[in-house]
Structure formats: structure tokens, C-alpha cells
Write a protein that binds this ligand. Structure first.
Ligand SMILES: Cc1cc2nc3c(=O)[nH]c(=O)nc-3n(C[C@H](O)[C@H](O)[C@H](O)COP(=O)(O)O)c2cc1C
Length: 174
């Protein structure tokens, strides 16, 4: 039984995961198949006076295509080293080439407020309805060191901001 929380409860768990093995971003493709991708960049916060989750997804990712046609996404945060092998797999293989969930034994469960599913076995979950998508480009940056470090080619990120419409934890894992 999941326990509903407010968006900033257990934010330390999110932060540790983002700066560690990563977390799963799930979005569905055109055929409705859910695709898990590992992300290390993201933020829960408050924008437009609503709780939001912001993700950055490079143009080259299959997830990028998914997020253009999806209305929602989920963010799935494992505890500690839980699901570490699956995070690694989903961060190095593309849903364009392989059914990643099947390949690494991920089990999906239905979302409660969105049609994008969640991943069983995580500790913390955010269900998000997409509010905004914005493609970044080099001219948007005023910090050359960021461009030099992260954008050697044209593979810029798209920023996607979703309203957190449900946040909850598995009480057995937090
Ligand atoms: C720890 C980790 C964090 C990552 N963070 C991001 C991220 O924040 N944004 C991004 O676009 N790619 C990120 N990646 C790379 C994608 O997960 C990877 O390219 C993946 O294969 C894309 O899957 P897809 O093509 O199915 O969308 C990360 C990879 C790892 C291993």
C-alpha cells in the first residue's frame, strides 16, 4: 500500500538517487509501450504555484520522442542500490532498439492519476502531467563552461516540466 506524501517529503532520497545511480523516467511511445530511461538531472520544486518535476532529455533519446507525444511521465526513485543493474541498463540502451523493461526484468504498475505506468520496487514516486516542453539551444546559455562541458555536438536537452499530480512512497522501502 503506497503512502501519499507532499511533493517535498523525502527530497533527500530523490537527491541521493539523482547524484548516485540515477532514477527512472518513464514515458510511453506512440504504440503505448512504456519506456524506462535513467536520468541524473531533474528537480522537484514549485513553479507557477504548483508542485512540479523538471527533467532534461537530450534530443537523441527515444524518450525525447515519447515526451513529445505523451501527456504525462512518471519519476521512479529506487532506494540505495536497489534496481542498480536495471538503472545501469536503462541508462545505456535505447528503447528504440530494445524492450528495455523486458530485458532487465522491470515490472510496471498502473499510475494512479496518469496513464503512464510506474515501476514496481521503487521507494518514491512522482506522477506528472506535462505542462511545458522547451528545446534548449546554445544561444540560450550565458555560461560557456556549461556548453563546453556538456554540449560538444548539437544534442541539446529539452526541458520538460510536469505538474506533480501524485507523490507517494512505498512505506516498506523508506
Ligand atoms: C546515471 C545516468 C544518468 C543519466 N541522466 C540523463 C539525463 O538526465 N538526461 C538524458 O537525456 N540522458 C541521461 N542519461 C542517458 C540516458 O539514460 C541514455 O542515453 C538512455 O539509453 C536513453 O534511453 P532511450 O533512448 O530509451 O530514451 C543518463 C544515463 C545514466 C547512466
Amino acid at each position: 500500500m503506497m503512502k501519499l506524501i507532499t511533493w517535498n517529503d523525502h527530497i533527500d532520497l530523490l537527491e541521493n538517487a539523482l547524484s548516485g545511480n540515477g532514477v527512472f523516467l518513464v514515458a510511453r511511445d506512440e504504440a503505448g509501450k512504456a519506456n524506462p530511461m535513467t536520468i541524473g538531472w531533474g528537480a522537484a520544486g514549485r513553479i507557477w504555484s504548483i508542485p512540479t518535476f523538471t527533467v532534461l532529455v537530450r534530443r537523441s533519446r527515444y524518450t525525447y520522442d515519447c515526451l513529445w507525444q505523451e501527456e504525462s511521465f512518471t519519476v521512479n526513485v529506487p532506494r540505495g542500490d536497489d534496481l542498480a543493474a536495471a538503472l545501469d541498463f536503462c541508462g545505456h540502451h535505447s528503447g528504440r532498439d530494445i524492450d528495455k523493461a523486458a530485458a532487465c526484468g522491470i515490472t510496471f504498475a498502473p499510475g494512479t492519476q496518469v496513464s503512464t505506468p510506474i515501476i514496481a520496487g521503487c521507494a518514491l514516486y512522482y506522477e506528472c502531467r506535462i505542462v511545458m516542453r522547451k528545446q534548449l539551444e546554445e544561444s540560450a546559455f550565458s555560461a560557456p563552461r556549461i556548453v563546453d562541458k556538456y554540449y560538444h555536438d548539437d544534442d541539446h536537452h529539452m526541458i520538460v516540466i510536469g505538474e506533480i499530480v501524485a507523490a507517494y512512497v512505498d512505506p516498506t522501502r523508506v
